[in-house]
Design a protein around this ligand. Sequence first.
Ligand code: INI
Length: 154
Amino acid sequence: MKTLEGSLRLKGDEKIAIINGRFNHIITDRLVEGAKDSFIRHGGSEKDLDLVLVPGAFEIPFVLTRLLKSGKYDAICCVGAVIRGATPHFDYISAEATKGIATATMQHDIPVSNGVLTTDTIEQAIERAGSKAGNKGAEAMTTIIEMLDLYRKI
Ligand code: INI
């Protein structure tokens, strides 16, 4: 049986965009740091990394669609933080961000990852932004690195 699986290996010339929903920036800045760190550790070059800031998670899919259409990037990593305690329309914003990222991604042949946190409390968000539950920005970047290699193989 032939198994196809991506390795965590960059060629070194991949151009990547991180889209960051600035809302709850104390959290999302840490997610960006994690994503950048993962990119560099896996052999990426800082000059090939662009950071695009949007007001909140709700805006991520609109900018993602434009960046996908631009053809400038090999992969795109989305990060943000929607916290239930911080918004009465938590379900609406988190669902639109998740659905929007998935919908935009389906229409293009470019790896995209969803590192948007959706948590009940700020404590849960802190745990996922570089403390005891890891850094979901780093995980989101690692995911697109694996997917880039898999796309090369299939
Ligand atoms: N955006 C977030 O990314 N996280 C949140 O927790 C949040 N809260 O709490 O409201 C939030 N709101 C802003 C939203 O993403 C849009 O920017 C806004 O609705 C304007 O379209």
